[in-house]
Design a protein around this ligand. Sequence first.
Ligand code: GAP
Length: 539
Amino acid sequence: MPAVALDQIIALCKRRGFIFPGSEIYGGLQGAYDFGPLGVELKQNLINDWWRTNVYERDDMEGLDAAILMNRLVWKYSGHEETFNDPLVDCRSCKSRWRADHVQGKCPHCGSTDLTESRPFNMMFKTQVGPVGDSGSFAYLRPETAQGIFANFNNVLTTTSRKLPFGIAQVGKAFRNEINPRNFLFRVREFEQMEIEFFVMPGTDETWHERWLEARLAWWASIGVPRERISIYDVPADELAHYSKRTYDLMYDYPSIGVQEIEGIANRTDYDLGSHSKDQANLGLTAQVKLNEDSTARLTYFDAESKRHLVPYVIEPSAGVGRCALAVLCEAYAEELTKAPAAERLQSVAEALAAFLKSAGKSEKLRPEHRDALVAQGESIAGELAERLPLVETLLAMPGADDIELGKKLRGQAQPILDEHYRTVLHLRPKLAPVKVAVFPLKRNHEQIVATAKQIRRQLQAESGVRTVYDDTGAIGKLYRRQDEIGTPFCITVDFDTLGEGRVPGLAGTVTVRDRDTMAQERVLISELQVYLREKLRG
Ligand code: GAP
């Protein structure tokens, strides 16, 4: 069963060390998250795969890592100072502030309809550069990485002698003072972007826009978000960003959040290079740009064929790392039955669930909307109990569930069955898994078994470079469950047979390798482990 609620993903991320709320020890900071030991690996694997696909595997790309702090004039001429706004409304009753398009006429906090008119709120963070805090010393934290690429267009062009079409890729932090950060990693104030600015001859831009759409969809499929799970939103003219001639938004249906943008692929025309150039009148620009009297450069390309300088058009695929990680986790997440529980045990949960629902249905303590939601969710679980038993945890975490005394009995009946018969697993593509291989000793107090397991771990890590961990902190079944939950594709167990001391003759020098997805186990010679895993971990 896939994830049905964002809370399942958030709980796993916190429990297993993927993602933590930022500054938690001081009560947190809205819109900021920290990537933990596993999260940093997942994030890095995503970024590396994006970089490999878009920079190393193409002949027409270069990389860049520009500074986050840029001259304020960049943001004046990019149009962000004037237009990078969200509509803001205040609630006059409770004094909270909201993005106008998120409120539908009613304050989401107190329900009041006494709201102010909406007004523009610029989302760029300001900071002071240098020790003197006067009006000329402020800078913005960049709200997109793209401008660093445009500002370096001439530098990259002259140092690489590239011919059109070619692109520049960059991954880095971006900051937006979102009015209402929410939905976990989906809308935050500090995030990472993976952006490409692909420079093309004017007139070829529409063809390249379509090509990049296909290339990006292929990449999403390669990381486990298949084509049929993404819808393409051809952004209507009145919703386009100020720089865009046409934009395709790739939309993903996140549990609890709904269909939302994971990547934008925009045709930015000659807007950015043109707006940062001097002598604009002589450049033949098609975009409407702000008159630039500050720039010291012309961001143009010399076309040898026509023997003239021209301003290339730009196609920009731009994806957020956090939204990407979240979509990948949602696709990979599953709660699965590993072996069917006895019918009478399920029957006892069915009875506890029915009693819980009956009590909820007639409870006067519950708000009607909470009662209806609890009953609807409970009935959907009861309809397919064996398959949906893991959702009992989600049910008991819903608003109002704590007020139903019989919830404790339901949990008491369900939990032991969940522990014994179900697993949470991340079916991550091996290339994205934070840990590729885990090695366990069958007995943690057996010197030789432990030494062999540790030796295998060291060797795999050093020689094949795959992230390999050693764990002896529980029984093998529990260790498997733990690795399933973080998406480790293979677990290796060293036992008495490995040492030639087991019951089965001929297994000396072999270990058990267990596959995360099929849970099948096979014996593999230690000497062949590296080749065996290399094959299986590809992709
Ligand atoms: N340079 C173009 C640009 O920045 P955008 O659509 O504003 O375009 C691109 O942002 C991507 O950055 C989005 O598709 C999303 O994945 C990510 N993103 C934007 N704002 C975000 C936020 N507040 N939190 C998390 N990710 C965000």
